[in-house]
Design a protein around this ligand. Structure first.
Ligand SMILES: [Zn+2]
Length: 531
């Protein structure tokens, strides 16, 4: 009998321990009074404790860093689900909050953890949102940079900025994030959390700003989402505004390259939102205001679930339709100009390095973020690559782009580009990024492509990414990122031509054709999908 009562007592004790309320579990940063950040080991421990206290959170690990750290994510849903297909058939909007792709940018990583606790606590405003949303939380996508000693780094353990790797897809931690999270769960909206922006704001935001994605998603963010965030922040005593800073005339924003997470989101036909927590804030205020802003995105998404899904589904559908019909243009160069709407903001007018701030108010200022296309090329039905372009194909397939292969020798009418010059220069962390200059007019010809040639139709869900990667003049493409180095045409200088003629008097260099061929009209081809 005594033995049994011991067992019963043990069971009761276990039940008490495992049923700790999520609301009582604090992050290491909170326990320290925000005097330090939660370490990676403590973060995993925190997530495991919250998971043990919740039936609506599924903790998983989607990858591993170069230094061997497991990278966690949490799926919140009611009823509980674990697989992407379950999220799709639930018919709910899928929202994702991410932080810490830059290892040293840690404020919103803490906000993300605190919000995870709110989501796991029954009765909270966050938890109620699980009636309408499936929520994916990814608090740290660069733990190696975060844990770097003596201080964290922007890049990963190899010093590479992973928020410039979305198109090149070279760094393991980022490749796993894109392939195992973004391209599996297909969130309708996500927020990528950073540290940046300027005083006096607690959180700064921006939507995709490249000209190629569906502009209506960015416009809806400007018109409805950001004012909603401002309102929620104000109710909690915080302030928010666009990233990143301004002067007496205008407000400037972040870059437009698709290699940046927020813009890549636009190319994936999703609401890709950037958050930046300006530095110099009290860490507690930074973390708490970040949580309010993250929560506001979830609240707005839940209140506008049908609209968010309609915008995203339309962008996805139109991507396929315009590719199938070979309609429209692929922007290859762009700039920013002022939006039609005006903004009110505050900025620090003190010269750089001054200790005292000199805050100035601007009413009706310009915001320089409207993408304007300065050069575009017609969208083809498909791009064609020779079998020897297998390195480029490997990159396309990393993005989940469907690649087909010709089954037999086929005559195909194609447009080809003629190269004027090629140059290599260091860009970000990459030693020899390749830029080609093309002649403006294309050559139309009919070529016989052998069986085994690659065909990449633009009429697919990833069509915007495919077109950007395969147009030679864009900022992020298969040529820029060195996958075509071995097969680009050779350019001869006048001096080299003269030297060649000493040996072969009739030497004439061939036309320097870029080996990316464009099939302009919808054409049935005998192909199989590459698996
Ligand atoms: Zn950053």
């Amino acid at each position: 009998m005594k033995k049994y009562s011991t067992i019963i007592l043990s069971i009761v004790l276990i039940l008490i321990i495992t049923s700790a309320n999520a609301q009582d579990i604090l992050t290491a940063s909170e326990k320290s009074g925000f005097q330090r950040y939660t370490s990676h080991v403590e973060l995993i421990d925190f997530l495991k404790k919250i998971q043990a206290a919740s039936t609506e959170m599924k903790l998983g690990f989607y990858g591993k860093t170069i230094e061997g750290r497991k990278i966690p994510y949490a799926v919140f849903s009611r009823p509980s689900i674990t697989q992407p297909w379950e999220a799709m058939v639930s018919g709910k909007t899928i929202a994702m909050l991410v932080a810490n792709v830059h290892g040293g940018e840690r404020t919103l990583r803490e906000s993300n953890l605190m919000l995870i606790r709110e989501l796991a606590t029954p009765g909270t405003e966050a938890n109620r949102l699980l009636d309408d949303l499936v929520i994916i939380m990814v608090p740290t996508i660069n733990p190696d940079g975060f844990e770097n000693k003596p201080r964290p780094t922007r890049g990963n353990s190899q010093g590479v900025d992973m928020n410039r790797d979305y198109m090149k897809l070279e760094q393991p931690a980022l490749v796993q994030y894109v392939q195992n999270i973004m391209l599996k769960w297909h969130p309708h909206i996500f927020v990528d959390g950073h540290n940046g922006g300027s005083y006096p704001y607690n959180v700064s935001y921006q939507a995709p700003s490249h000209a190629a994605p569906d502009q209506r998603l960015t416009e809806l963010s400007d018109r409805e989402l950001f004012p909603f965030i401002d309102k929620k922040m104000e109710e909690s005593g915080y302030r928010s505004f666009y990233y990143s800073g301004g002067n007496e005339r205008a407000w400037r924003v972040g870059g437009s390259d698709p290699r940046i997470g927020r813009n890549y989101g636009g190319f994936l036909n999703t609401f890709g939102i950037l958050f930046e927590s300006p530095g110099g804030q009290d860490p507690e205020i930074g973390a708490k205001s970040g949580m309010v802003a993250y929560l506001a995105v979830l609240q707005w998404t839940a209140q506008n679930a049908d609209k968010v899904m309609m915008y995203v589904n339309r962008a996805r559908r139109e991507t396929i339709e315009m590719g199938d019909a070979a309609e429209g243009e692929v922007p290859v160069a762009m700039t920013y100009e002022a939006e039609a709407f005006k903004v009110n903001y505050e900025y620090n007018a003190a010269p750089r390095g001054e200790r005292e701030r000199d805050m100035k108010k601007v009413t009706g200022g310009d915001i320089l973020k409207k993408p304007v296309i300065t050069k575009a090329r017609p969208r083809p039905y498909a791009y064609i690559l020779e079998a020897k372009a297998h390195k480029a194909v490997k990159l396309l397939r990393k993005h989940g782009i469907t690649v087909e292969v010709l089954l037999k020798d086929t005559e195909i009418p194609v447009s080809v580009y003629v190269m004027e010059s090629v140059s290599r220069r260091e860009e970000y962390d990459h030693p020899a990024a390749v830029t080609v200059k093309l002649e403006d007019t294309v050559v139309d010809t009919v070529l016989t492509f052998p069986g085994g040639t690659y065909v990449i139709p633009t009429g697919q869900m990833m069509g915007r990414v495919a077109a950007h990667l395969l147009e030679p003049e864009t900022n992020d493409n298969v040529i820029r990122w060195n996958t075509m180095d071995a097969i680009l045409p050779r350019m001869y200088t006048e001096e080299q031509i003269q030297r060649m003629r000493r040996y072969r008097s009739n030497f004439k260099p061939g036309l320097p054709i870029i080996p990316i061929y464009k099939l302009m009209r919808p054409t049935p081809l005998s192909t199989i999908i590459l698996n």
